[in-house]
Design a protein around this ligand. Sequence first.
Ligand code: NAD
Ligand code: DAU
Length: 377
Amino acid sequence: MKRNIVITGGAGFIGSHVVRLFVNKYPEYNIINLDKLTYAGNLVNLKDIEDKPNYRFVKMDICDFDAFYQLMQDEKIDGIIHLAAESHVDRSIKDPFTFAKTNVMGTLSLLQAAKLYWESLPEKYEGKRFYHISTDEVYGALSMNHPEGIEPPFKTVASSEGHKAYGDDFFYETTKYNPHSPYSASKASSDHFVRAYHDTYGMPTIVTNCSNNYGPYQFPEKLIPLFINNIRNGKPLPVYGKGENVRDWLFVEDHARAIDVIFHKGKINETYNIGGFNEWKNIDLIKVMIKTVDKILGNPEGYSLDLITYVTDRLGHDARYAIDSSKLQRELGWNPSLQFEEGIEKTVRWYLDNQEWMDNITSGEYEKYYQDMYKGR
Ligand code: NAD
Ligand code: DAU
């Protein structure tokens, strides 16, 4: 079946993997990558598919209601997969306004344009879909009542060897929203607007909340690419606080596959959590990265450990995220495909093999931002 789909934020980290998957898997679809190309958007991420006949890039701000409404009409859009956002917690602490504007007003603008266009059609919302990509951070933070780790209730292919859980509670689809950072507050607000468009106007919407992603093409302000690059360059590794915070990591291509399954088979007005049951304390993960980079670069074991530098903690730093994705596994048959240790090795190799990609980003403007961000830490 032919479909006309807009993927917003397709030049970013996760969006580029989603665009690539859809363009390659569905030659019959018309895929439009809509992106403003902020500091985080990079069309180089999509070089391998840019000439495909079913792909088109449109430079647009999601806050531009008129332009998006026109695009909906011109392209007869019947599906929206919305990933465009300001995504970095540290930036949200410094500049919350940009987060409210893009994440809240931008999402609302897309919703309203989609509503006006779809309601103008004879078939109205039939066959339409507004799929909003959100984060587990909207649920707040979980307790760390087992700091040494316990046997987890569930494992997947993605779970690390000797996988542990650091608390006995998890984020479920039913967990009450309790965001702490300006980033997660803005994402929570956008999630509420999406659900409100279903409840008020009957728009066919879906929301998914995913845990931390890792893999190729992630902007190097985020923990994993930043640290791989710093290890490569012998630069300090700024560990916030004591490095005891826990994150739950999923390989980005597994997230993209989940988005594909949910876009096609997910139930309208449902929420699905996405994650691989793979909790890691930051400091343990950092040691794995050091070991992997040192091994690949031929350094002696432990060579880069003294780059670890404990710095002032992130304000309001959430202690632990751990997502229960069993509903998605049970109802839609999705499962992660990549084991964590394999995924980290693959990721480290990708960044080391793609130094030009990294160096292009980390020179110039970025360097100034980075120096500013870590000034005084
Ligand atoms: P990213 O920062 O790498 O990419 C964001 C993309 O959105 C960029 O290409 C940027 O140019 C674009 N964008 C930003 N503002 C825009 C605007 N006003 N108009 C149009 N385009 C704009 O982000 P990411 O890590 O790929 O995250 C993508 C989505 O997934 C976000 O909604 C994020 O909240 C969510 N998410 C991310 C993670 C994660 O671990 N990275 C986990 C769960 C959910
Ligand atoms: O949980 C999903 C979220 O994961 C997404 O919604 C966000 O868009 C994404 O950025 C990510 O948020 P985090 O804040 O968890 O990711 P980040 O890579 O910034 O940090 C991961 C952990 O590492 C966090 O506990 C903070 C810590 N950290 C991070 C950086 C950049 C450090 O200790 N030092 C650092 O320099």
